[in-house]
Write a protein that binds this ligand. Sequence first.
Ligand SMILES: C[S@@+](CC[C@H](N)C(=O)[O-])C[C@H]1O[C@@H](n2cnc3c(N)ncnc32)[C@H](O)[C@@H]1O
Length: 315
Amino acid sequence: MEESTFVHKSVLLYETVGSLNIKPGGLYVDGTLGGGGHAYEVCKRLGSGRLIGIDQDADAIEAAGKRLMPFQDKVTIVRSNYANIKEVLKDLDIEGVDGIYLDLGVSSYQLDTASRGFTYREDAPLDMRMDQRNDVTAAHIINTYSEMELYRIIRDYGEDNFAKNIAKHIVRARGEHPIETTGELAEIIKGAIPARVRATGGHPAKRTFQAIRIECNHELEVLEQSIDTMIDLLNPGGRLSIITFHSLEDRIVKSRFRLNENPCICPPDFPVCVCGRKSKGKVVSRKPILPSDEELEENSRSKSAKLRVFERGEY
Ligand SMILES: C[S@@+](CC[C@H](N)C(=O)[O-])C[C@H]1O[C@@H](n2cnc3c(N)ncnc32)[C@H](O)[C@@H]1O
């Protein structure tokens, strides 16, 4: 681990742990272990039970290993993508679990460690990989994607009104020399946003950096593809709890949960279901669970957090 020690304030901590209805003898999976903040609270509630903690980031694995040392007899830590949850559990001879939770996005440690290349606040190589074993860095995306692809990513994943101009400025700048650092990229983005907007909004590079990070780590595809598998891995009554940090993630969770609750595609006027698609359970939280005023005041990172919960029915 470099530079800063692992600092991260867990978001919706007690709401998430509470949502899992933890049984002391149960089996649980943390798919985004990070610094082990949520995991620590889960472990405190376990007796003979066990927690499998997954993270793709080597620094997180090291930090969580230290944090969870008091519970080492109850915890198994695996460096992997949560997209591989089925294989991870199979390797541990586990077929079903009583709860799974995800706390999506990057940790404060990843953001604050300049050399990881996630922050526009300091100058460092443009990296942004959560899993340092992957080949594709943010620099690769910025220097090789077409203007159209960059525009689409910045528009869709960053929801930035100036996406077109930003993509244009990036392509023009890289024509002179490759864009290698977060500082260079932040300056280029600044130049693509009108001065009157720069003066009012947040940091002009915030949305583009979020967009490139999402693309670099395939965050939305991985989430979309993993939810059904996770629900399938739950024992009856088991729960899947997911904390999201922006509308794109929340939309995916909301719609996949709904589809698992009611997958029937028969026309509404059919008297009985003939498509054969059976509900896998129910959405516990019709409305997302949001941080309390107290948490919002204490932790600015919680501002956009939403927790949704799904409960597996009987097979
Ligand atoms: C917000 S932090 C989790 C913090 C943790 N809940 C805590 O309280 O300390 C998100 C973590 O998830 C990891 N992560 C994000 N997407 C992942 C994925 N698809 N597979 C595995 N780990 C992932 C990141 O590397 C990061 O360490």
